[in-house]
Design a protein around this ligand. Structure first.
Ligand SMILES: Cc1cc2nc3c(=O)[nH]c(=O)nc-3n(C[C@H](O)[C@H](O)[C@H](O)COP(=O)(O)OP(=O)(O)OC[C@H]3O[C@@H](n4cnc5c(N)ncnc54)[C@H](O)[C@@H]3O)c2cc1C
Length: 556
């Protein structure tokens, strides 16, 4: 029997304190969700709305000020803002670990958010709807564009977003936007559009525009500020931070609970949280950690399971293991290329964590306006490259400053990443301690490098004389570019940290997101997504909405 004490019954976050007198009796949950990333939060909100007694377990701690996050530079003292709330502090996540927002190496061999909101608490907030063709080409029946319409609509209604974040209505740092527009719209034939316009038959082919961010009122929004708040208002919903789920406890093909690591040095090493008869466990730990949770639960590649069982990490007897090599297989991240561009007409802008320009700091503090009201990207564009029958999506995102060896004023960085339709995938394996370790295997299929090179070649053909690439020659051939993008350097072969596709529909989970071989265990997060044409956060939330529709339909 265990009792839960609600420390704060009102918004913001109700954090629970757990006292355990015996494992797994009394209070049981209709739904336990592992992980409070965007998928886990959407699932939790909809499950509690449907009347299910719902618990989220999140291994990380607070992020936004409203969740108890207090990490911030001094210039935010006296405000109700943490570093997470201020969009312009985004890039500092790569250099400043204040607040423990990312996963420590003993939990994960990669760079991801381990905090309330998952990576949506540390990301740039770019919020782009995937094109209709992604659902129609890369998802199974029941997940085609026509099937996704309700889910798309729900996310668009509930999650606020904007392509004009500054609260004074002005657009800032526009010299890079204007230079890119002259190049891509006037020169290369891209169409300037609202980048999330047209929800029903959405397209991302040859379009250019202002980035859409999931911000509100000049601050980071995201599922913590929207879906999580409506969940917290329900009595049947509970949220626990600092709760790292080690594995799912199961009786053969039925999940009965989850085992959570006790970090407080209590008598027991772990605590068991259980589901009711007919209850469900939904793993939403992200594309790298969901496979680890499954493997530690005795579900995965038999060779990996054998290795980690010798470390004592699997409690399920070996005769009940579910051998499925699709767990962790074909994980995907976007291969990134940085192109440095220079123009006399551009004013570069460098954001700072603690030494922000006084006038920009004041503009933000007084009216949530100016450069700190967004995360540094000033434009985004897409094209689709045709290779025989295949279509490969390629995205360009333009930032407001130079990078690495190119910081002269007038320099901006174009990130080019290959997206949907690429054929090179990696695998989520486990290191010698059993901790998730992803590989990305970029450009293992040479056609992928050729697709990205063709995109760069096409746009370079339209470069005006006023805009100069600094780290790769403008007159490079497609072959030169293919070699360049697929050779390691500070500018090429980089991870974007958009991991997905590690537990795919129809091979790792079925079309209801149910783990194959299990009756009541599900995975709902970026793991079950195919590689999308766009940055994955909005697509992941849409996938979560659709998965909930399908899971709830199983009750009928
Ligand atoms: C630096 C960075 C920038 C990015 N920028 C963008 C962007 O601008 N736009 C965009 O669309 N996408 C962006 N992304 C990607 C996007 O944020 C992710 O694709 C998205 O958050 C994935 O959502 P998810 O629900 O699958 O998992 P996650 O966001 O990874 O959340 C999983 C959560 O589960 C928790 N968890 C994991 N294991 C356990 C466990 N065993 N027990 C308890 N809790 C657990 C984790 O702590 C985490 O909070 C970025 C990612 C990063 C890292």
């Amino acid at each position: 029997m265990f009792g839960l004490k609600v420390l704060s019954a009102v918004l913001p976050i109700a954090i629970l304190e757990l006292t355990v007198s015996a494992a797994c009796s009394g209070d049981a949950w209709d739904v336990i969700i592992v992980g409070s990333g965007p998928a886990g939060i959407v699932v939790a909100d909809r499950m509690s709305e449907a009347g299910k007694k719902t618990l989220i377990l999140e291994q990380g701690g607070p992020s936004y000020f409203a969740t108890g996050g207090r990490a911030r530079p001094d210039w935010l003292n006296g405000t109700e803002l943490s570093r997470v709330d201020v969009p312009g502090l985004y890039k500092s996540i790569f250099s400043n670990s204040d607040g423990n927002l990312t996963c420590p190496p003993e939990w994960l061999n990669s760079f991801q958010g381990c905090t309330v909101g998952g990576s949506t608490a540390i990301n740039a907030g770019l919020f782009f709807q995937p094109p209709a063709s992604d659902w129609d080409r890369y998802f199974p029946d029941g997940w085609k564009n026509a099937d996704m319409q309700r889910a798309i609509q729900k996310v668009r209604e509930k999650q606020t977003s904007t392509d004009n974040p500054s609260q004074d209505g002005k657009r800032y740092l526009q010299s890079g936007y204007e230079a890119a527009k002259q190049w891509l719209v006037d020169g290369a034939g891209f169409k300037e559009v609202g980048l999330n316009d047209g929800p029903q038959n959405h397209t991302k082919s040859k379009v250019f525009g202002h980035p859409v961010f999931n911000y509100e009122g000049g601050q980071r929004s995201g599922p913590v500020k929207t879906y999580l708040q409506s969940a917290l208002a329900r009595e049947n919903f509970s949220f626990m931070t600092g709760a790292r789920v080690l594995r799912v406890s199961r009786e053969v093909d039925t999940a009965i609970g989850v085992e959570v690591e006790n970090s407080d040095g209590g008598v027991n090493a772990t605590t068991e949280h259980c589901v009711t008869d007919g209850g469900r466990i939904i793993v939403s730990a992200g594309a790298i950690l969901s496979p680890q949770v499954l493997m530690w639960s005795g579900i995965g590649d038999a060779e990996i399971l054998t290795n980690i069982s010798s470390l004592g990490l699997i409690k399920t007897p070996s005769q009940d293991w579910i051998n499925n090599t699709a767990v962790g297989d074909k994980v995907f991240d976007n291969p990134n290329t940085f192109i440095e561009l220079y123009s006399d007409s551009i004013a570069s802008y460098n954001y700072s964590y603690s030494d922000s320009r006084p006038e920009d700091r004041d503009l933000y503090l007084q009216s949530r306006s100016g450069p700190y009201s967004f995360a540094s990207e000033t434009s985004a564009f897409w094209d689709i490259i045709q290779q025989d029958e295949d279509l490969v999506g390629v995205q360009g995102t333009i930032d407001s400053s130079g990078f690495q060896d190119y910081f002269e004023d007038g320099t901006i960085t174009l990130n080019v990443y290959g997206t949907s339709g690429l054929r090179s995938f990696g695998r989520v394996g486990l290191d010698a301690k059993g901790i998730a370790l992803p590989t990305s295997n970029f450009y293992a299929d040479k056609r992928d490098a050729q697709a990205v090179a063709t995109f760069i070649h096409n746009i370079f053909a339209a470069l005006p004389s006023t805009l100069k690439p600094l780290n790769i020659a403008q007159n490079s051939t497609v072959d030169d570019l293919t070699t360049w993008v697929s050779t390691y350097s500070p500018y090429t072969m980089g991870n974007v940290q958009h991991w997905s596709s590690s537990c795919r529909l129809e091979s790792c989970v079925d079309v209801d997101a149910k783990v194959i071989g299990m009756k009541n265990l599900f995975v709902v997060d970026a793991s079950i997504s195919a590689p999308l044409t766009t940055n994955p956060a909005m697509g992941t939330m849409i996938i979560a909405e659709r998965a909930v529709e399908r899971i709830l339909a199983l009750d009928a």
